[in-house]
Design a protein around this ligand. Sequence first.
Ligand SMILES: NC(=O)c1ccc[n+]([C@@H]2O[C@H](COP(=O)([O-])OP(=O)(O)OC[C@H]3O[C@@H](n4cnc5c(N)ncnc54)[C@H](O)[C@@H]3O)[C@@H](O)[C@H]2O)c1
Length: 261
Amino acid sequence: MTFTLDQFRLDGKVAIVTGAGGRGNSIGRAYAMGLANAGAWVVVADLNEAGALAVADEIKAAGGKAIGVGVDVADEQSTLVMADAAKEAFGGVDVLVNNAALMVDISYDNLESISLEAWNKAFAVNLNGALLCSRAVIPSMRARGGGRIVNQTSGGAFPATGLYGISKLALVGLTTSLAKQFGKENITCNAIAPGNVTSDAGKMLVPDDSPFIQFLQATVATRARGEPDELVGTLLLLCSDAGAWITGQTIHVDGGWIMRP
Ligand SMILES: NC(=O)c1ccc[n+]([C@@H]2O[C@H](COP(=O)([O-])OP(=O)(O)OC[C@H]3O[C@@H](n4cnc5c(N)ncnc54)[C@H](O)[C@@H]3O)[C@@H](O)[C@H]2O)c1
């Protein structure tokens, strides 16, 4: 088969993006818009239902197809309702982007003093959430002959230096496990590990005047920070026929931060 650029298209594919309706300029929103631009019908899912509906409206205003759904990815029943909403609106699910996570609203206490409650809450969303959403949609992917799962991990997991990084490193383990278990059913699972991104949440965590920016400037091979849209090309590769033979991988989209000493 000769390669054509059409292999990046997702016309008529149904894609769920979790965590796509939260803070204004978010990575999830960029993912949802990018998938819609590639032709996918998008289920914008978030704990913030009003935000999810607003992003779905943006996609529809631009000529795409989308619905907004409220979901708590840490709640199994809620993830099943989300999958049902996708089926009811668009007939099934082909793509799942597990992007929802706690990043700003997570404990950065040291490991000696961090509360078990904070620990469990982070894992419930950042790890269990991806498992529950995957389990909710795999039957539909199987029925449609395959699917694509993309987990949003983080450069902060390499190496992990606290709860957030540990939860994101665990997600890499979930990625390889799903990839191994479902590969023969034409369901791939990969992860994207962004560097420091200028989403609204990213800027709350690392303001422009933070000393961490100087550390990034000194250690990132290219630019210190990237924009949400700079992650979309990798997502489309992993969700489309162009990336059909890629599975179990973590792709670092980080300007080369992973090569820091
Ligand atoms: N911004 C960065 O620098 C950066 C870097 C690396 C990785 N990431 C990852 O990228 C993803 C998006 O980050 P962002 O910067 O857009 O942050 P964000 O806070 O805007 O996005 C996270 C979204 O998840 C939603 N969410 C939280 N708990 C939820 C739950 N229980 N159920 C459903 N939705 C829930 C939030 O409402 C929010 O919309 C996250 O997984 C984050 O860890 C971000």
